[in-house]
Design a protein around this ligand. Structure first.
Ligand code: TYM
Length: 344
């Protein structure tokens, strides 16, 4: 397991349960999750459940900041919830819930909206990318999305937020919002820090290594967690490389660097060991080995996922239990906030 990078945060040392730091993180059901989500976030959430007090959330309210087909959104939310458990999140050790099942998120968002300067939101790079050319047509929800994300985090008095590199700016905004509220109304929120790993915090697209791997890219640009082995092998075989021959970690060769990073993240081997393993070998051989490790990682996840999706009643029960576990904490924070602001 890789360690997090300074200065954005370090995993906590194992501590007695009473003293565990709390982590909160979320993932949006806006399409099928990718290997980028898995490497940058989900695998760490699963691996560190005994270190932290863990809360994970399928953020369906975030998904609707861009248009969603209602039936697809409903399906994607369940699919993602099942995939998180299939990928190793354990309902006995973590609270796992669906954002819209907890009305406290939207209530706190409004209060935080009213103390967040628009200048802070204007600096958010993800809004600029997601809004595209015609910014005037982007929804107000997409613009204020980082405030909803701040509410998600602050509602649970979160110490650390394990995320990929692309969410760092949003977590820092959440910390600024917490700090601003605390200064104005007195100590109320824990000020959270992002936890970002050295290896795999930004997995790039397979067909264009200048772009982040994302479900909104072309079909060959990402590996979905539910892709069949044959599709995975085909996508990796087609992945962009370069005209050089050596298989070495060189950031100036972003395509092969990205494939090597995926290999490193999934095997846990050092860069030196991987370079030694493939010294004198060609891209074809390396890609076949990479496909093997991706398939071997995802196959057991897919089997557990299918079993969970075949039992909708149990999935419903797990979702209800997850929300019930986090509700008292969310209610307590919201009550304090409403009192401090003068709404109670
Ligand atoms: P989302 O759904 O886009 O991504 C979920 C997590 O996966 C990480 N990730 C990646 N990591 C490495 N390489 C990639 N190519 C890659 N693509 C995605 C993301 O960094 C993220 O950690 N706004 C958030 C969801 C959210 C949230 C929160 C997160 C809502 N509220 C509160 C933390 C705390 C999002 O859209 O993530």
């Amino acid at each position: 397991m890789s360690t997090s990078t300074a200065p954005t945060g370090k995993p906590a040392k194992a501590a007695s349960p009473a003293k565990r730091e709390r982590v909160f993180s979320g993932i949006a059901p806006s399409g099928t999750p990718t290997l980028g989500n898995y490497i940058g976030a989900i695998r760490h959430w699963a691996a560190e459940q005994d270190i932290y007090d863990n809360i994970f959330c399928v953020v369906d309210l975030h998904a609707i900041t861009v248009p969603q087909d209602p039936a697809e959104l409903r399906f994607n939310t369940r699919q993602l919830y099942a995939l998180l458990i299939a990928a190793g999140l354990d309902p006995a050790r973590s609270s796992i819930f669906v954002q819209s099942h907890m009305h406290e998120h939207t209530e706190l968002t409004w209060v935080l909206d009213c103390i967040t300067p628009t200048g802070w939101l204007n600096r958010m790079t993800q809004f600029k990318v997601k809004a595209g050319e015609d910014r005037e047509l982007a929804s107000a929800g997409l613009y204020t999305y980082p405030v909803l994300m701040a509410a998600d985090i602050l509602l649970y008095q979160t110490d650390g937020v394990p995320v990929g590199e692309d969410q760092k700016q949003h977590v820092e905004l959440a910390r600024d919002v917490a700090n601003s509220f605390n200064n104005r109304f007195g100590e109320t929120f824990v000020e959270p820090r992002p936890i970002i790993r050295e290896v795999g915090a930004r997995i790039m697209s397979l067909d264009d290594p200048s772009k982040k791997m994302s479900k909104s890219g072309s079909d060959n640009s990402y590996i979905a967690l539910i892709d069949e082995p044959a599709a995975i092998r085909k996508k990796i075989a087609r992945a962009t490389t370069d005209s050089e021959r050596t298989i070495v970690f060189d950031e100036n060769r972003p395509a092969i660097f990205n494939l090597l990073t995926i290999y490193q993240a999934l095997t846990g081997q050092s860069q030196q060991a991987i370079e030694a393993e493939f010294a004198g070998k060609g891209y074809k051989e390396f890609k076949a080995a990479l496909a093997d490790i991706v398939v071997a990682t995802l196959e057991p996840v897919q089997q557990r996922y299918k079993a969970l999706m075949d039992d909708p009643a149990s999935l419903d029960a797990l979702m209800a239990e997850g929300a019930a576990k986090v509700r008292p904490l969310a209610q307590a924070t919201l009550r304090t906030v409403l009192e401090k602001v003068g709404l109670r």
